[in-house]
Design a protein. Structure first.
Lengths: 281, 243
């Protein structure tokens, strides 16, 4: 078990989300950056569906109430165990009463703490991903006890050094497909949306990322239809909204572009004032 | 309904099927039939289906390797005479208290239109609405059939807090907020009925193709029902509809 001493800005339990419940209006949810979460689970030989802790921009502290093996992947928020720095993307043995804390943000926006066997959090609609009105908790709070099973196997350190593609954090390039309403844009707008550089606003969360630039348009609204994580919507007032994992299942704004899965993962590691560019593949 | 649907790729793992851009019962029926055929077909490796008014989005388990092949397969399923299980559709009666205590925008929309509050309530509660699909929030039903006398634009500034159970009108649509949320629709009443309960085997009682009717109740009845629901003594009234 893990006791939350300081919850940080926005910490949740996430797995691969709820698939198959769109007919109830239930969002998919799940880890924002599947690349990093998969990496952490793989390093521990967990199932990729295993629930992990998703931490946004560090500033949190936990105490282990049991021995286990952990792995941290994704953003680098200077993690330490008992104030000694630990390495990302490697197996770390932890003991009862050890303190795991996160401090300065070196790069990235979200990091994942995986424990051997995964966190045991209530399953609702086949997933333990936190979501308001579906799971009892929608955010990790001070004093929470997050449970996991103490692993039976003995610790063996990571055999090889795992190298992370730093492009995952650094590139401004987001690959995408044309969205269902891309053709509603005129030629000039089609050119502009795929050549301009855009800036992430301070409004970015698990539901979506809004951009600063205003993209003038006179596209009509559409009859409410499916939206997906990675759908890029254009509002009549020219706001560009990139939907993320907790997005609604349907929407009424034109869907001009659709990010690839790997670009959703990249965007999940970006925050306010960072630049992005859409490349249609 | 004038013609067959069209197919568009929607990212790596989805295909969007679109019908003519109108809100129409025949299109809904066509979508519902297609959904049942896709579910019955063993060839389509889909993990989720998202309905819209005039669209159906098929989410695949894996990346779509060959879009044209998948579309050909979908078209053959669409036009197949595959036997599908007959679905039962119900009319659900939803008690709604239109008292000004809950219907906080009734006075304003009455002033804007030439309708008395009683007329608004009468028209709203006399109509039988059809559930087109569920979206926006878990358990939020998109209903068709609002009388055009009750078309009222969304509020210019959405409220940050709309209470769970609020019955509202937004543009050409009416609906019930299944949970506390932000929202810009005009609130005309409140129902004590829970539209989404994750702890029941069927979290949302209504489905696309069902019908909804709102029955006016008094403030006293509202509080009484609220208690009955809390004590699990209340049962929703539903009637099987014949096709």
């Amino acid at each position: 078990m893990l006791k939350v001493l300081k919850p940080g800005f926005f910490t949740t339990i996430q797995d691969k989300g709820r698939v198959g419940f769109a007919n109830l209006g239930v969002p998919v949810s799940g880890v924002m950056d599947t690349y990093s979460a998969d990496l952490a689970n793989s390093i521990l030989n967990n199932f990729l569906q295993a629930a992990v802790l998703e931490i946004t921009l560090g500033s949190c502290k936990f105490q282990f109430l049991k021995n286990t093996i952990i792995c941290i992947s994704g953003g680098d928020f200077s993690p330490t165990i008992n104030e000694k720095p630990i390495v990302l993307n490697s197996r770390i043995q932890v003991f009862e009463n050890d303190i795991l804390s996160f401090g300065k943000v070196n790069f990235g926006v979200r990091c994942y703490v995986a424990v051997k066997g995964g966190f045991l959090s209530e399953l609702k609609l086949q997933s333990s991903s936190f979501y308001q009105n579906i799971t009892q908790k929608s955010i990790v709070e001070k004093g929470d006890i997050l449970s996991f099973k103490e692993p039976k196997e003995s610790f063996s350190s990571t055999k090889s050094l795992i190298k992370i593609d730093q492009n995952h954090f650094n590139t401004i390039r987001l690959d995408c497909f044309k969205g269902p309403e891309f053709e509603m844009l005129n030629e000039y707008q089609q050119e502009k949306i795929t050549t301009d550089i855009f800036t992430i606003s301070n409004d970015f969360n698990r539901m979506g990322v809004k951009l600063n630039e205003i993209f003038a348009n006179n596209l009509p609204q559409i009859l409410t239809s499916a939206v997906l994580p990675g759908t890029i919507q254009l509002t009549p007032s020219g706001k560009i909204i990139i939907l993320m994992r907790d997005c609604q299942v349907t929407g009424g704004y034109p869907r001009i572009l659709q990010l690839t899965t790997s670009s959703i993962n990249r965007l999940a590691q970006k925050s306010t004032n960072q630049k992005i560019k859409f490349i249609v593949i | 309904m004038d013609k067959k649907p069209t197919y568009k790729q929607f990212g790596e793992k989805a295909i969007l099927v679109e019908w003519q851009a109108i809100i129409d019962d025949e299109i809904l029926n066509d979508i519902l039939h297609f959904v049942e055929k896709i579910k019955a077909s063993k060839e389509i490796n889909c993990i989720d289906l998202i309905q819209g008014y005039n669209s159906l989005t098929i989410i695949y388990k894996e990346f779509i390797e060959n879009f044209n092949e998948e579309v050909a397969l979908l078209k053959s399923v669409y036009s197949s005479t595959l036997k599908i299980a007959k679905q039962d559709y119900f009319l659900w009666e939803i008690p709604v208290c239109y008292d000004l205590e809950f219907g906080i925008d009734l006075q304003e929309i009455s002033k804007k239109s030439s309708l008395e509050i009683d007329e608004i309530i009468k028209i709203h509660s006399e109509t039988i609405y059809k559930v087109f699909f569920v979206g926006f929030l878990p358990g939020f039903l998109y209903l068709g059939g609002l009388n055009e006398k009750l078309f009222f634009d969304r509020k210019p500034n959405p409220r940050l807090h709309v209470a769970k159970g609020s019955v509202a009108i937004g543009g050409k649509q009416t609906g019930v907020y299944p949970q506390n949320s932000a929202g810009g629709w005009n609130i005309i009443g409140k129902t004590p009925i829970d539209f989404f309960d994750v702890n029941t085997p069927n979290p949302c009682f209504a489905k696309a193709g069902d019908f909804i009717k709102f029955n006016p109740i008094s403030l006293d009845q509202f509080y009484q029902l609220e208690k009955e629901i809390e004590d699990e003594k209340y049962q929703l009234i539903k009637t099987l509809q014949h096709a």
